[in-house]
Write a protein that binds this ligand. Structure first.
Ligand code: IVH
Length: 721
């Protein structure tokens, strides 16, 4: 039967004339037909009936379930109002992490980027490394997995390691190919790029919202993000999102030697790629490309917020690898931030998780690049006074007062900053802002500290209340669950505050006992406003999904001052297991110096960070928090992806001098990947000292201790053995 005939038959049916059984049968046939249409439309991108017919059928369907609501129990189609994706928003672990980019803001940053690459690869200045430039699209990144040419899975970036499964929503995006019919497509191909909304579609959408008397959207990027992650793919589809391919993840084979070559393959396989991607062989060419894109910016129908530079050779990209969460081989050169003038209505002092008192200016709301700005950071006490800790003037020494007319700057997602104060417009009777010397939250003394290293007074005042101060406790709890830390969704800002105020969570480990306490009737989450079974069970499942973490992640999540992601990773690798961590802290209680030396011995670990780490955990309360966490959370060992067959596995190495074939950093990364530890100084535990040119005093020490010394060439040979 043709589709038209079938539709006609459906629409001409008079449900009132059917028996109960006939009606149920009819209803199920209609439902099945609609579901098939949805699948063809969303999955295969090949609708078999036109929009008018579809809408008429949908209206007819709605009329039937309105008249005979009991029919709903025979199918759940009514809940989806369209296609109901099977696995919505479960989490996907990215096999190859989705990295982010470091930012630079000027040509000096660009020169440094190239210089660092040269140094790392030990390539001299007269040899230029080919670089590509392309616009930095202001959207959200997504990864698309094709198996044997068929789009099988799509996910958001999430925290870079785990994203959301948005396959069904992605399938509604018209410029994303669902199948790739080319011989040279690898069996497994993960294409990555940016999902965005055009400026014109954004304006159309907002006009529609206005005509319907609804609230408008703030900017295309947030709207694209909300649309892609909408629970209903019909909404995603109606928002007309688009995709640019610019990189890749996992591949069964690498079909190109260059990044540019890959972009061309993407284009051939049917992806949209930026037409402004260019290759360069000199710094001047790159700067030119930046200026051209900056000029082009306002005429493009999509937002770009900078230019991305990438090393073109894939071999070099592999050698360069990444540092922390960004590749060494790529960087984003941001466009200049946008500025606006407004007025300070009030100055509020907030207390962060480390007790720092941060002043925030409450502003007369002002629109900057489509975003309504109401707050700006004032950094610290010195910034308000206009004189830094060296006694040098900031903003020509002009202080900041409530009522001042100011200029602010906003770049990307960063909280806006005050750059100028118009002293001419200042009211005659305005008063200097007196920075509080007691904590506005807990009334403890707030003091400025002197740095042990520089001997200078800090610009920041800190509350001395520690975990007596509610802001610090809350700050720590919020940090603990945040994205780069334990990444527990659904426990952010307001919720954590609510749980804290109700005494449900006062320490990080309480998070992991919430479900048991709820079951035992010790707490009642359902009594809180806005909480129902669904939201509560969602929260429990998010928490349960995070009951296993690596040691370094846990260390980072504790939010210890000076202990960032990199330091946590290095400490995690050095201590390896939670049991060893406990043992180390116990040892530090009676031989502090020994443990301090043991940890600072690791190349990359500084004294300030390690002292802060040890002081934090030698505090009994903090130690107990970690102990309790280890009861409820599986803490996995922090292992590097190491080659266990390597000849240097488990060895302690020290590098010294200038290297030629590869830089010392590259040599060090290499050694770590092969399972060795790289220490900063020669001790009796050192297995090999590897020397480059002009090695210095370490050689003498190694000779004294009778430690094996090898040259760079011998080192390279060792790697090959
Ligand atoms: S490359 C390994 N290229 O910027 C490098 N990213 O902070 C992966 N972005 O998360 C990114 N345009 O969402 C790359 N042409 C471009 C881009 C781009 C926009 C986004 C992407 C990424 C963020 C980096």
């Amino acid at each position: 039967m043709t589709y038209d005939l079938k539709i006609e038959q459906f629409l001409s049916c008079e449900p009132n004339n059917l028996s109960d059984l006939e009606l149920i049968n009819f209803y199920l046939t209609l439902t099945k037909f609609l579901q098939d249409q949805d699948r063809m439309y969303y999955d295969d991108n090949s609708p078999k009936i036109d929009d008018t017919n579809y809408d008429n059928l949908k209206l007819f369907y709605n009329k039937i379930i309105f008249q005979y609501p009991y029919l709903k129990k025979y199918s759940n189609y009514h809940e989806s109002v369209g296609y109901n994706p099977s696995e919505k928003f479960n989490k996907i672990t990215h096999k190859v992490p989705m990295l982010s980019l470091s930012n630079i803001f000027d040509n000096k940053g660009l020169e440094d980027f190239i210089d660092k690459i040269r140094k790392y690869l030990s390539i001299d200045t007269n040899q230029f490394i080919e670089v590509i430039s392309e616009p930095k699209i202001d959207g959200l990144s997504a990864t698309l997995i094709y198996e044997k040419g068929k789009l099988s899975l799509a996910a958001t970036r999430g925290d870079g390691h785990q994203g959301e499964n948005v396959t069904e929503n992605i399938k509604t995006i018209s410029n994303i190919p669902k199948t790739l019919n080319f011989e040279d497509v690898p069996d497994l191909l993960e294409v990555r790029g940016e999902i965005y909304m055009t400026k014109s579609d954004f304006i159309k959408l907002n006009n529609k919202m206005i005509s319907e008397g609804k609230q408008t959207y703030v900017n295309p990027r947030n709207t694209a993000s909300g649309s892609l992650r909408h629970i209903d793919p019909n909404v995603t589809s109606s928002r007309k999102l688009r995709f640019f391919a610019y990189t890749w993840g996992d591949l069964s084979e690498m079909p190109s030697k260059t990044h540019f070559g890959m972009i061309n393959l993407f284009k051939k396989w049917g992806f949209d790629v930026s037409p402004y991607t260019k290759t360069h062989t000199s710094l001047n060419e790159i700067i030119q490309a930046y200026l051209e894109l900056n000029n082009l910016r306002s005429s493009l129908d999509y937002d770009i917020d900078g230019v991305v530079y990438k090393v073109n050779s894939i071999d070099l990209q592999k050698r360069l690898g990444f540092i922390s969460r960004s590749p060494r081989w790529a960087i984003a050169h941001k466009f200049e931030a946008e500025k606006a003038k407004t007025r300070i209505l009030a100055i509020e002092v907030q207390v962060g998780r480390t007790g720092s008192l941060t002043p925030v200016a409450k502003l007369e709301p002002v629109n900057i690049g489509g975003v309504l700005v109401k707050n700006a950071t004032l950094h610290n006490e010195d910034f308000i006074t206009g004189i830094n800790s060296d006694g040098d003037p900031i903003r020509e020494g002009i202080d900041i007062r409530v009522g001042d007319y100011i200029e602010i700057i906003r770049s990307g997602d960063v909280i806006p900053k005050v750059i100028n104060v118009d002293k001419e417009l200042r009211a005659k009777n305005s008063k200097e802002f007196i920075f509080p010397s007691i904590c506005p939250v807990c009334n403890s003394l707030a003091v400025k500290e002197r740095s042990d290293i520089t001997g200078k007074m800090s610009s920041t005042r800190r509350c001395t209340g520690g975990l007596y101060c509610e802001s610090q406790i809350l700050g720590c709890l919020e940090f603990f669950v945040s994205r780069n830390a334990m990444n527990i969704e659904g426990l952010g800002g307001k919720t954590m505050q609510l749980f804290y105020e109700n005494n449900f969570v006062i320490s990080p480990h309480d998070i992991f006992t919430l479900e048991t306490r709820q079951l035992n009737g010790e707490i009642d989450i359902l009594s809180l406003e806005g909480w129902g079974d669904l939201s509560m069970n969602n929260l429990f499942s998010n928490i349960n999904g995070r009951r296993s973490v690596t040691l370094d992640k846990l260390i980072y999540s504790l939010g210890i001052r000076h202990v960032g992601i990199n330091t946590s990773k290095l400490i995690g690798q050095q201590l390896n297991s939670i049991d060893n961590l406990f043992e180390t802290i116990n040892k530090a209680n009676y031989d502090y110096i020994k443990i301090l030396n043991f940890l600072t011995d690791i190349d990359g670990l500084g004294k300030v960070a390690i002292e802060s780490f040890l002081t934090f955990l030698r505090n009994e309360e903090n130690f107990q928090i970690l102990k309790k966490l280890s009861d409820d959370v599986e803490i996995r060992n922090t292992n590097k992806i190491v080659d266990t067959n390597s000849t240097i596995q488990g060895m302690n190495l020290v590098f010294t001098g200038k290297f030629n074939g590869m830089s010392r950093s590259e040599a060090k990364d290499y050694a770590e990947r092969m399972g060795a530890k790289v220490l900063s100084s020669v001790t009796s535990r050192t297995d090999i000292l590897i020397i480059g040119d002009d090695p210095g005093s370490k050689v003498k020490k190694a000779r004294e201790l009778d430690i094996k010394i090898i040259t760079e060439l011998e080192w390279l040979a060792l790697l090959q053995s």
